[in-house]
Design a protein around this ligand. Structure first.
Ligand code: OGA
Ligand code: NI
Length: 343
């Protein structure tokens, strides 16, 4: 059953309360599969509860991330400039995008984490233990969700998505974002409306990978782009829930499902008075994987919408574009020519 939760109405233009699907993973598997497919088709986004990840691990990861951000700037800079992995402040990517945040972007590979831990933390073995456990849990949850998605889509190969993430060469990442309050003296704006005192923390974009698993502290900020009943695009605030995970469909899942599932556009706002922290696992295939609409998703009535490409090619294209670019459009298959004659 999809339980609808509403977020408080935000009185900025084009920012509305909308229901976000909440999926209880302890329900019978066929029901969950069906609801996940519905949520990914309609929103490309949903929240999961009863997900099986221990609260202790979620808190340990939260505290470990918080400890890193509380270090002096020169200590944090030892984690390296964001190229793209490393520690970044305000600058996102290589093309001039900026936001009100600092972040740490890590490869999810255990040996990468193990090596980086030495320059990130004064307790490297505890840091790599916590981050590796968390990444393991987020990867496992992603694979479970992807398998149920494949079952719901009636794919013959129900591991078609998850094998890409469980591959030893998977290019999955872990991003930890910290949005410090940009004006600690400003409790709330005059009319008490929190939305009046926000700035762009992480600008509008879709996640390029297959699936993203986000967890944040109890501070609002995440918004997803949705259509209202009149067909207009609106930014829908997502109420924070530190006990839950929020799942995004990424560009590659949209491509592999031939456009059936939507890669959701989203952004994060930073507010003037409270720090927000979010931790996102991005589930990705190996760099050399060839991404293409799956045969089960293509038929004469539903011709192939995207050309095949490798994840490495997709990343290269992405690095040349602004954050908000709808980059998957560049990989759309050409319209079939109705008339090929040369006369
Ligand atoms: C991201 C992202 C949102 C957030 O890092 O891709 O969408 O809440 N972050 O930090
Ligand atoms: Ni994102």
């Amino acid at each position: 059953m999809v339980v609808l939760s509403t977020s408080p109405v935000c009185n900025q233009t084009a920012c509305n309360a909308v229901g976000i699907p909440v999926i209880d993973l302890s329900r019978p598997r066929p029901d969950v599969s069906r609801i996940i497919v519905e949520a990914c088709k309609e929103f490309g986004f949903f929240k999961v509860i009863n997900h099986g990840v221990s609260k202790t691990l979620m808190e340990q990861m939260e505290n470990t991330a918080g400890e890193f951000f509380s270090l002096p700037a020169q200590e944090k800079e030892k984690a390296g400039p964001p190229t793209p992995l490393g520690y970044g402040v305000r600058n996102i990517g290589f093309n001039g995008d900026v936001g009100e945040l600092e972040y740490l972007l890590l490869h999810a590979n255990p040996s990468f984490i193990h090596h980086k831990a030495k320059v990130i933390s004064k307790e490297p073995s505890f840091f790599s233990y916590v981050v590796n456990e968390y990444v393991g849990a987020a990867r496992h949850l992603s694979c479970e969700i992807l398998d149920m998605l494949a079952e719901g889509l009636k794919l013959r190969n129900t591991k078609a998505f998850s094998t890409l993430l469980s591959d030893l060469e998977s290019d999955s990442l872990l991003r930890i974002n910290h949005y410090p309050p940009w004006n600690k003296n400003n409790n709330l704006s005059l009319n008490g409306n929190k939305c009046g005192s926000t700035r762009i923390g992480f600008g509008e974009h879709s996640d390029p990978q297959i699936i993203s698993v986000l967890r944040s502290n109890d501070v609002e900020g995440l918004q997803i782009l949705m259509s209202d009943p009149g067909g207009n695009s609106v930014w829908a605030p997502v109420a924070p829930d530190p006990d839950a995970f929020f799942i995004n469909v990424g560009d590659l899942l949209q491509a592999m499902t031939n456009g059936r599932l939507l890669s959701v556009r989203h952004r994060a706002m930073a507010n003037s008075h409270e720090a927000r922290q979010s931790i996102i696992f991005f589930g990705a295939p190996p760099l050399h994987s060839l991404i293409s609409p799956l045969p089960d998703m293509v038929s004469p009535a539903d011709p192939r919408k995207y050309n095949p490409f490798t994840w490495s090619e997709y990343k290269k294209t992405m690095y040349q574009l602004r954050l908000s670019h709808s980059r998957l459009d560049l990989f759309q298959a050409d319209e079939p020519q109705e008339n090929n004659s040369l006369d």
